[in-house]
Design a protein around this ligand. Structure first.
Ligand code: PHE
Length: 456
């Protein structure tokens, strides 16, 4: 194949696009609600440890594999391994992309709905302690078709961006809006901590009570570390493949991880200070931010403007992540099957959108899994992908670098184009071995708990 590969327009364009992939609903919607369900500080601590111990080496491995091969995840594993077995790790990633996008876009749709609600001034008279905002949220998600239509709109936007290609589509979007999101979060944090009773929220988020975590909280924290930096499914291999060999991968990786973590923690502070000050339930679940934040905006001068901006930026953050997921699928069919970009994007985007409709309906009481118990189809897609597929994908990536591609080759790619000196192979190997062992230990303890429960 002699097609020339598209590349990022600039170094900062790559960092912003990769940060755009990392920062999304994972930080602002998923992290607070999961921390709320798994004991707050204990969950946060494990998630932070996993980000730095497990996330950083694997992120760098994905960037390096992508830049080295200039290929999608399947192609990258195939080329670097020189055999056919390893490409299955790439397939695992492409399948995870399918699954993640079909539930992610449902929440993406909610952010569009809430931007319109904010524009219409729907939160104007919400007062702390009343349940109007919870009632509004319930009324919305209990409608079968409306949330599904917003989801389809979200998917349509995602497909249009990806059909236009990486540079004109993805890069441009990520450039201006990220700093604005940070500013709004800081305003929310300031209002949150100045509310009466907010300190309890800070304690909840930063003072661990280990008893509240539970075994599945640990796997959830590990899985979330992968989810929030878009790891373990080849999204960062794909974005790395649009790099020319002149960027500093280590610096970019660190910047992305720090920004992603900062945004999650700011969102957590804004939300939990308000949750405790208003007497809401931290374990509310998927609806947490949609219930709590509409009550917070009216407490801020100019709050209606902040409300509009917040939900709009959340929508943009969700979109820049969603496109990175769809790009994994698209890049695979373009590189490996020689398909054309728009055909691939419309076809697979359409399939993902249809699965997403089922996910959306499952939250409105039309759950195709209801004969099997309480689990919703949405919950199944979510749990299978972030808790299991991403950590397994990440684990295999770490193993791949050590046993197949080779740590010296990884180091060479990492430092190429920079003035960094060559790190000693044993040190770098240790990072990957530790990352792999942490993931294996956490996943195996989860399996052990499940197996034990069958016999007791
Ligand atoms: N990291 C994104 C977020 O936090 C979600 C994502 C997961 C994107 C996996 C790409 C791959 O919202």
């Amino acid at each position: 194949m002699t097609r020339t590969r598209e590349h990022w327009g600039s170094r900062i364009g790559f960092i912003l696009a990769a940060a755009g992939s990392a920062v999304g609903l994972g930080n602002i919607w998923k992290y607070p609600y999961m921390a709320g369900q798994h004991g707050g500080a204990a969950f946060t601590l494990i998630y932070l440890i996993c980000i730095f111990v497990v996330g950083l080496p694997i992120l760098l491995a994905e960037f390096a594999m992508g830049r080295r091969t200039q290929l999608n995840p399947v192609g990258a594993f195939r080329t670097l391994s020189g055999n056919k077995t390893w490409k299955w790790v790439g397939f695992l990633g492409v399948s995870a992309a399918f699954i993640i996008l079909s539930f992610y876009s449902v929440i993406g749709g909610w952010t569009i709905k809430y931007t319109f609600l904010a524009l219409l001034g729907a939160f104007g008279d919400f007062t702390p302690g009343s349940d109007v905002s919870a009632r509004m949220y319930d009324a919305f998600i209990n409608k079968p078709f409306e949330p599904a239509l917003w989801h389809l709109l979200f998917m349509a936007l995602c497909i249009l961006i990806i059909a236009r290609g990486v540079k004109s589509g993805i890069e441009r979007w990520s450039k201006i809006l990220m700093p604005l999101l940070l500013v709004i979060l800081v305003v929310l944090v300031i209002r949150g901590i100045t509310l009466e009773g907010s300190m309890e929220g800070i304690r909840f988020l930063f003072q661990p009570k280990w008893g509240d975590l539970g075994a599945s909280g640990v796997v959830a924290a590990l899985g979330h570390a992968f989810f929030t930096i878009s790891l373990g499914m080849g999204a960062m291999i794909t974005y790395g493949s649009y790099l020319q060999p002149d960027s500093d991968l280590l610096k970019s990786g660190l910047a992305i991880i720090l920004l992603d973590t900062a945004i999650a923690l700011l969102a957590g502070i804004a939300i939990f200070t308000a949750v405790f000050a208003f007497g809401e339930n931290p374990a509310e679940g998927e609806g947490l931010i949609f219930v709590v934040l509409p009550t917070l905006f009216p407490q801020i001068p100019g709050g209606s403007i902040f409300g509009i901006l917040f939900f709009f930026l959340l929508f943009v953050a969700a979109l820049t992540s969603a496109v990175s997921i769809l790009e994994v699928v698209t890049a695979y069919f373009i590189d490996e099957k020689g398909w054309n970009r728009s055909r691939t994007t419309f076809l697979f985007g359409g399939i993902i959108a249809s699965i997403g409709v089922l996910a959306s309906l499952s939250l409105s009481g039309y759950n195709i899994l209801s004969p099997l118990g309480d689990l919703t189809f949405f919950g199944l897609l979510d749990t299978v992908s972030y808790k299991y597929m991403l950590p397994v994908g990440g684990f295999l990536t770490a193993v791949f670098v050590v046993v197949r591609w080779g740590v010296p080759q990884f180091i060479e790619e990492l430092i190429s184009g920079t003035s960094l000196s060559r790190a000693p192979v044993p040190v770098v190997t240790t990072f990957f071995v530790v990352a792999g062992l942490v993931v294996a230990y956490i996943l195996l303890s989860e399996v052990w708990v499940v197996v034990k429960s069958w016999f007791v």
